[in-house]
Design a protein around this ligand. Structure first.
Ligand SMILES: [Zn+2]
Length: 407
């Protein structure tokens, strides 16, 4: 097959995932449709597939309405928030000190200023959990509030959102919503006779899975891309693009045998508050991460503008040389290191890793998790280049293996 044919295939797959299926939050039917598509494709390409299944919830936002003093306020449902229908008083906390002393029982608690400058790490987040934030979370949870409103500014770390959800945590027990700092000020002026807050959402028990495709035997090359997305947009650059690149790799490898195991994984949870697929993937790999020669994570790749970029983590000299040569030969430049993606699972466990993304990371950050993340932002042919580079690298690594361990 020529490059043009692969470009056509990449485009069809991208449109199928982004437009026919759409946004793929963990627990949703769309998420299941995407994992089924991925699994069937890998099998068709001669990979033996298995599913790492976990329990989760299918959460849907049905909107939030906030009224006070005869006025309506612009407010957004906190992701994963439970529903609530509340009428009563509003209390405000602007600092940790105030939060410690506020009596929020049977009230809506409005947090703002220093309590609303950053997004709180979910309380059961498995990989990172700063003490200071855990304290804020427990003060909030023990405040007795019937609901929490956060009035926030702009936050570059939450993809430049204004306002942004301070709480994004399905394990957080108090219903919550968020609004801009300006709406927060207006609310405080109008709340003398109390507020009326109705958060409507539904949460249904569900299941999702990682899909693992394996081929060959011997040491592993682990290829991964997260298949879940946020509910905004259609999760094209984040990360249908990575999934399509993996499907192209499977297609390109279908007739070849290697002296290595190629394991291709659609990981399910990078954009979920508790990273359920990532946790399960690590658990399923307990005690056998040592046989991974190289892990490759594709996330945010294929952006139409700027270059496609790779970065290396803990890769030894000889493999680094091969990786650099094969990436550059396919037009992929060496970019900055970044730690937010699923390759951090490998890096933290001292598994050599290669990450592939787009060089314009700041633009990508502003598109990801927004309604702008649609198929148009991705150039399907760039995904063909990514897949070709990965396949060439696998073949180099397997050749090097054979010359070290001639059988
Ligand atoms: Zn994301």
């Amino acid at each position: 097959m020529e490059r043009d044919d692969y470009c056509g295939m990449a485009e069809t797959l991208l449109l199928t995932i982004c437009d026919s299926i759409g946004a793929r939050p963990v627990g949703s039917r769309e998420n299941r449709d995407a994992t089924e598509l991925f699994s069937a494709w890998l099998e068709e390409c001669g990979f033996e597939t298995s599913h790492q299944v976990f329990d989760c919830f299918d959460w849907t936002d049905h909107g939030t309405i906030l009224e006070a003093g005869g006025e309506v306020f612009e407010v957004y449902t906190g992701p994963w928030s439970a529903k609530v229908d509340f009428q009563g008083r509003l209390v405000v906390a602007s600092s940790l000190d105030e939060l410690e002393n506020v009596d929020a029982r049977d009230a809506v608690l409005l947090i703002r200023d220093e309590l609303a400058t950053e997004q709180l790490i979910p309380k059961n987040f498995p990989f990172y959990n700063p003490v200071e934030q855990r304290r804020t979370l427990s003060l909030l949870e023990n405040s007795g509030a019937s609901a929490i409103l956060a009035a926030t500014g702009y936050n570059m770390e939450v993809n430049g959102a204004y306002p942004f959800p301070v709480i994004e945590d399905g394990d957080f027990t108090i219903p919550n919503a968020y609004m801009t700092d300006l709406e927060g000020l207006r609310l405080v002026e109008m709340c003398e006779d109390g507020v009326s807050l109705r958060i409507s959402s539904s949460s249904v028990p569900s299941r999702s899975c990682n899909v693992v495709g394996r081929k060959g035997d011997g040491d592993r090359i682990l290829l991964m891309a997260h298949i879940d997305s946020r509910s905004e947009g259609s999760g094209a650059i984040d990360n249908a693009a990575g999934v399509v690149a993996l499907m192209l790799v499977a297609e390109m490898l279908q007739d070849s045998g290697h002296g290595l195991t190629v394991e291709i994984v659609a990981v399910n949870g990078e954009d979920h508050y508790a990273n359920p697929g990532e946790v399960l993937l690590l658990r399923e790999n307990e005690g056998r991460l040592g046989d991974i020669l190289l892990g490759i994570n594709i996330d945010g790749a294929g952006y139409r503008h700027g270059d496609t970029a790779f970065s290396l983590y803990g890769v030894d000299d000889s493999h680094s040389v091969m990786a650099r040569e094969e990436m550059v030969a396919h037009g992929i430049i060496e970019g900055d290191q970044w730690r937010q993606g699923d390759h951090s699972l490998l890096v933290q466990n001292e598994v050599p890793a290669l990450a592939i993304t787009s060089a314009e990371l700041i633009e990508i950050m502003s598109i990801a998790h927004s309604p702008d993340d649609v198929s148009d932002v991705v150039d399907p042919c760039r995904l063909v280049d990514v897949a070709s580079a990965v396949v060439a690298l696998i073949s180099r690594l397997s050749g090097a293996r054979k010359s070290i361990n001639p059988s």
